[in-house]
Write a protein of this length. Sequence first.
Lengths: 378, 260
Amino acid sequence: MTEPLIELINVTKTYPGVDEPAVRSLNLKVEPGEILVLVGPSGCGKSTTLRLINRMIEPTSGKIIYEGEDVTKGDPNELRRRMGYVIQQVGLFPHRTIAENIATVPKLLKWPKAKVRERVDELLELVSMDPSLYRDRYPNELSGGQAQRVGVARALGADPDVLLMDEPFGAIDPITRDRLQNEFLRLQGELKKTIVFVTHDIDEAVKMGDRIAILRDQSEIAQLDRPETILTEPADDFVENFLGSGAILKTLTLRRVRDIDLDPMVTLKQPVHRGDALAAMSEANTTTAVLLDDHDHPLRWIDERALNSTRGSLEVSGRPIAVQLQPEDTLQDALSSMLQSSAGMSVVVDGRGRYLGCCTIESLAGLLLPQSNGIASP
Amino acid sequence: MSAITITRAPTRKRRTLAAWTSDQLDLIVTPALAIALMVMLVTVWTYSTFDPTTERILEPDQLARQMWQQLLLAFFSTVAVVVIAVPVGIIVTRGGAPRLKNSMVSILGLGQAIPAYGLIVLFFVWLGQGALTVIFALATFALLPVLRNTIVGLEQVDTSVIEAGRGMGMTGLQSLTKIELPLAVPVIIAGIRTATVINVGMASLAFLIGGGGLGETINAGLKLNRPTAIFIGAVLVALLALVFDFIGGLAQRYLRPHGV
């Protein structure tokens, strides 16, 4: 394990006039380049924990280490300029243009003007907003989704190593949120920032997190692990309850089609004779086959019954293959395409559309329930 | 194949006359009133026959001097108000002192609770006669609107905007000067506008302790029972107040930060 970039050691926060601490002797390490999601029910102290890191809230006791340096004392403003900070309400400065908003931290750090201008355009490009179109606009001209893009760009202003994000997509409609999440993950793939991400939404946590910390009251860590592990092996009842009943389904969004063994179905290559097709199927003891064209692109499902009951040519029997999967698709996509497919299975193709194999309900179940022998066994 | 044409609604909003009027109301009503008053003033001046006493009261050079005095009194007392009330408003909103804020509002609000007449006399007893005394008295009287608007203006700034600023490493002072004050400007200016209009009107009482101003004309008209003089003095005060109000309206409009 590498040296953690951020480390909280025995951090406690007690608000004056309150007996119980909001955060009780928390120990937390954030590894460089990871997205660590803090998730928990409301009031568990996850936001407080995040704000302790950049000292928007001063800890009552304990230590905060950042890049190997104790930052518990010293100028909090200096510290904050080294960390990006994104909040749910975005908080763009309404009286400043988009460019001025994004330039906030570079200006605080007294970057030369030309460099600031260059950086602003670069960041707008990065969050997929046309600089010439948006640079000189004011925040009241933006939609909620656009505002949060600018919020993220502003947080990245001076290229900090760390981003602290407090429910950044919480106030955005579900469709836009999904798009922003995907875009953000793509961005993170390039930037490799260290991100601490607070959310109350377990689905968002599973989607965004490299590791997830499930917090209960007073920011106590109930479980801290990779999403797959948390979903399949919840540490206790609290975690299990928090995950909700759909935990096993959620694991489907984490795995890809390439993770499962594909079934080598019987393939028939055009042109093929009816007799040869029937022989091949009966030899493999199956009733279904995939018809491929001469470039290995899957065309139709051929099944024995359809073949026997029609006199038409082989090329028009059976049903066309409407949906194809690629190895990068999630198992959730796979499941939904299988449920749509008439054959109860889906064809997997490579990037150029060439047949790789088939994905069946059985192979999916085998992956989800490793102990059982699969639902197809007699 | 038929091409699909997408007709787009014109993006420029068509504004109704009513909406336009309500936006400009501020800048229409005041000049309209001022013009009406001016017409009345000119009419009365032209068509009345002045007896020698009225003529002496309404000596043009004297009226000009009184107007200039009134203007200076109003201007400097407003400057004094701003210099005192805005910093106090800033200090009491800097957090950690909610009780200080309430007591400041009550104490400085006392100025307005005492009638202006009494306030001028009180300051006279303390500081003696003269324009400076009047300025102090007027400033005390008009503190409250500016103080209250400074506090309200600073407190209505969206907390998430301040949070974002501080979270990016702005110091408290940077947050104040670069975010909070610019966003509070429209509300603060509205308070200053109110204070100015109060001061222009109340400067009419300056004559009581030898501070000059148009109060002299009104007072002479009252003492010598010359209604025309009273009318002309009062109309001139009202005109000055309207001019200040109009300038205040322009300031509110053009000092408002972009994007707000």
